[in-house]
Design a protein around this ligand. Structure first.
Ligand SMILES: NC(=O)C1=CN([C@@H]2O[C@H](COP(=O)(O)OP(=O)(O)OC[C@H]3O[C@@H](n4cnc5c(N)ncnc54)[C@H](O)[C@@H]3O)[C@@H](O)[C@H]2O)C=CC1
Ligand SMILES: O=C([O-])CC(=O)C(=O)O
Length: 311
């Protein structure tokens, strides 16, 4: 199976590294506009083959899309990351044009690919990709919920002082500092609701830390994060290529689900060889429903800014 990753920067290269190391694909192409950059990252990853023990072929390309031909999955990480103090939404002006042209170029060479959108503001870029390409909704997947949920579980594991892999939890809604909805009511430690172990105040702190998880890292690093984002993309690509049918919160076009239409936003999805195979309707309580409606309003407002790019 062949995976192309556009953008060989922090997130794209980390994603390629994780996919190669975990033997998720047989071939990976990294593509970037920066002369020689993707080739360099690919060569560096290839030189870990014998020490890490994988045989995935990784190659780089400077903007030559013919090398990406016949990809099963394409991942879009091209564009600028935020700097400390910025929101993801502020990136729309530069990233919208990049994401649209990259999506179109990718599909010319891989017309049957499933597209994973990572560039921010991710929900808006997912909607843009859907509108610009006209692909069916199952083939356009926005990656944000997998990452936000992994941060949520990390913060829960720290609060509980229990192993992260014994914890289940999901974050739905927009992939933004104020639009994420960590579902604390449904989070569990080995099947037991986390509210049995943590006070309401502690759970509220976990939720608040999760929502600003990306901003916290951006302040610490001077640019946004890459290890957890790259690993989250690999996790999603694994579920697609190996038809794992994992339930992963992803940004997907809603057509009435969760009371919303004509918007891409994070909801739990079954991810398999056809991309989004099912949107899972979970029974939200009134408070969660209200938060989801508010999150959707904010995400929808951003889509309005795409008018000039989509014209
Ligand atoms: N959805 C999510 O959960 C996450 C999204 N992101 C987003 O991913 C994007 C990438 O972040 P980083 O990798 O940290 O940035 P980066 O700056 O390290 O890498 C971006 C790469 O894109 C390349 N690029 C720019 N325009 C291009 C084009 N037209 N064609 C091909 N390549 C092009 C650049 O040369 C650069 O190498 C940002 O928009 C960031 O906000 C980052 C982390 C998580
Ligand atoms: O915070 C950012 O800008 C990058 C991102 O989406 C994340 O790490 O969640």
């Amino acid at each position: 199976m062949k995976v192309t990753i556009v953008g060989a920067g922090n997130v794209g290269a980390t994603c390629a590294d994780a996919i190669a190391y975990r033997r998720i694909a047989s071939e990976i192409v990294l593509l970037d506009i920066r002369e020689g950059f993707a080739e360099g990252k690919a060569l560096d990853i290839m030189q870990t083959q014998t020490t890490l023990g994988f045989n995935t072929k990784v190659s780089g390309s400077t903007n030559d899309y013919s090398k990406t031909a016949g990809s099963d999955v394409v991942v879009i990480t091209s564009g600028i990351p935020r700097k400390p103090g910025m929101t993801r939404e502020e990136l729309i002006g530069i990233n919208a044009g990049i994401v649209k042209s990259v999506a179109e170029s990718l599909l010319q060479h891989s017309p049957n690919a499933i597209v994973v959108v990572v560039s921010n503001p991710m929900d808006t870029m997912t909607y843009l990709t859907l509108k610009a390409t006209g692909l069916p909704k199952n083939r356009i997947i926005g990656m944000g919920g997998a990452l936000d949920s992994s941060r949520f579980k990390t913060y829960l594991s720290q609060a509980l002082d229990k192993p992260a892999n014994d914890i289940h939890g999901m974050v739905i809604g927009g992939h933004g500092d104020t639009t994420m909805i960590p579902l604390t009511r449904l989070a569990a430690y080995n099947g037991v609701p986390v509210s049995e172990f943590l006070s309401t105040e502690r759970l509220e702190k976990v939720a608040a830390d999760t929502m600003v998880g990306g901003a916290t890292l951006t302040a610490l690093l001077g640019t946004s994060a890459w290890y957890a984002p790259g690993a989250s993309v690999a996790y999603l690509v694994d579920s697609i290529l190996n038809d794992q049918k994992k339930m992963i919160p992803c940004s997907v076009l809603l057509e009435g689900e969760y009371g919303q239409s004509d918007i891409c936003i994070g909801v739990p999805c079954i991810i398999g060889k056809n991309g989004i195979e099912k949107i899972v309707a979970i029974d939200l309580n009134d408070e969660e429903k209200a938060k989801f409606a508010k999150s959707a309003d904010a995400v929808r407002a951003m889509n309005a800014d795409l008018k000039s790019v989509l014209a």
